[in-house]
Write a protein that binds this ligand. Structure first.
Ligand code: PMP
Length: 446
């Protein structure tokens, strides 16, 4: 695929003219039309078939051939397309039951919304109501959403990059360090001690500690195995709940249904979206423990959305989970994850600009460096709109020229293919990366 197309077709021109693009200066918004999809591939209007090795924004976990989901949506939309959340529908009831089954431990009751952002905002409200505290402690290298509170809880550099246009943070958001052994001088165990100390100093005012169990768009950071259980204990010692944001890591991506399970931790609240429907419909969920659910029997849950528990989206959710189960996709993520790990490790050995491979299952990333010894990232783009480095963007563009798409973020190539992939697709993607990484090797400090 030519990443710089010479001529735009009518759809691309219309889209450019009348749509406000996300996270970008509008003069840089120049999208290529996707007119078709097949398996793990997107197909441009010009007929270029692109292997998607990031599942878009780590969300199209089922690829594009999930017939069962399409049929379920089709049937539901013709039957009961919508009623307000005050009515019961079969897809919502079945999905809630299913989520209670696949989420860890005593997590039981689910509140629905339509984006990961909202799922986190809902979690904050629930944690505040339940604990009587108001602060949320999150970490610097994190992304939790794009509206007021979830954005304020995010430490993503995109917030900084927007400079004065950014909205002021909502009060009560506290941020602590995260475990990042490769790029930080702070020992991961020390980062936990800091959080413990911070909670102590906040004096029992924190409602919840919010983390991505494996950080996603801020560099695919893998914590030590005992980090999450210890964090939960520390949170509870200070009267705070543990919220695990599994918007990216949920639904089999790490080779377990949830990354919390991987780390043998039962969060008090778990938030999810993306893989919940394989992104066939916009749907997000905030699931709480039985105990928290019971608290709201007599206390007001003062929250709601017109589209909460949208029947068509819930039907997609039920069918998506059945697809993960019947096609053994969680197991496939584990097995293919081992194969992918070996292949990426070999890439990292061959390319000095790959500082570190990180991740588990099909949630992987390659962090680039311009100096192997000093572990420093390439320079950030001078326009400051994107937190990406120019070199990282060039590596991504080169892979795309060879018809493989990688989402790139904060000096990291995000390697998160659909859970349906096999070895042949891993080989294809790794070959494209192998070639593209020559660009970053050449750009390293002399
Ligand atoms: N949490 C995490 C961990 C995410 O990765 C994202 C989106 N990338 C969000 C929350 C926000 O989800 P959404 O874009 O659906 O609002």
């Amino acid at each position: 695929m030519a990443s710089q197309q010479s001529e735009r077709n009518e759809i691309e021109r219309l889209d450019r003219e009348y749509t406000l693009g996300t996270w970008t200066r509008q003069r840089d918004f120049d999208p290529t039309q996707i007119a078709d999809t097949e398996g793990p591939r997107i197909v441009t209007a010009e007929g270029d078939s692109i292997l998607d090795f990031s599942s878009q924004y780590v969300c199209t976990s089922l690829g594009y051939d999930a017939e069962r989901v399409c049929d379920a949506v089709d049937e539901q939309i013709r039957n009961v397309p919508y009623v307000n959340p005050g009515w019961a529908t079969e897809p919502r009831a079945r999905l809630s039951e299913k989520l209670a089954e696949i989420t860890p431990g005593s997590l039981k009751k689910t509140f629905y919304s339509t984006s990961g952002t909202e799922a986190n905002e809902v979690a904050f409200k629930i944690a505040r109501a339940y604990t009587g505290n108001h602060k949320i402690l999150s970490r610097y290298r994190s992304y939790h959403g794009a509206t007021a509170a979830s954005l304020s809880a995010s430490g993503d550099p995109r917030r900084v990059a927007q400079g004065p246009e950014i909205q002021p943070e909502v009060p009560g958001m506290v941020k602590g360090p995260d475990p990042y052994a490769y790029g930080s001088s702070l020992d991961p165990d020390k980062s936990l001690e800091y959080i413990d100390e911070m909670l102590e100093l906040e004096g029992g005012t924190v409602a919840a500690v919010l983390v991505e169990p494996l950080v996603g768009s801020n560099g695919v950071l893998t914590p030590p195995d005992d980090y999450l259980p210890k964090l939960k204990q520390i949170a509870h010692d200070h009267g705070a709940l543990l919220i695990c944001d599994e918007v990216m890591t949920g639904f089999g991506r790490t080779g377990e249904w949830f990354a919390s399970t991987l780390y043998e931790t039962e969060p008090d609240i778990i938030t999810m979206a993306k893989g919940l429907t394989g992104s066939y419909q916009p749907l997000a969920a905030t699931t709480v423990t039985e105990e928290i659910g019971e608290y709201f029997e007599d206390n007001l849950l003062n929250q709601g959305h017109t589209f909460a528990g949208h029947p068509t989206a819930c039907a997609a959710g039920v069918a998506a989970i059945e697809t993960y189960e019947e096609e053994g996709l969680v197991e496939n993520a584990r097995e293919m994850g081992e194969y992918l790990t070996a292949e990426l490790e070999s890439l990292a050995d061959r390319h000095p600009s790959v500082g570190e491979r990180r991740g588990i299952g099909l949630h992987q990333g390659l962090e680039l460096t311009r100096s192997t010894d000093e572990r420093v990232p390439f320079e950030e783009r001078s326009d400051k709109v994107s937190s990406n480095t120019t070199v990282l963007d060039e590596v991504g563009a080169h892979a795309l020229d060879n018809d493989v798409y990688f989402y790139t973020s904060v000096n990291t190539i995000v390697v998160t293919p659909p859970l349906t992939i096999g070895e042949a697709e891993v080989d294809e993607a790794v070959a494209a990366l192998d070639e593209a990484l020559e660009i970053s090797d050449d750009a390293m400090d002399a």
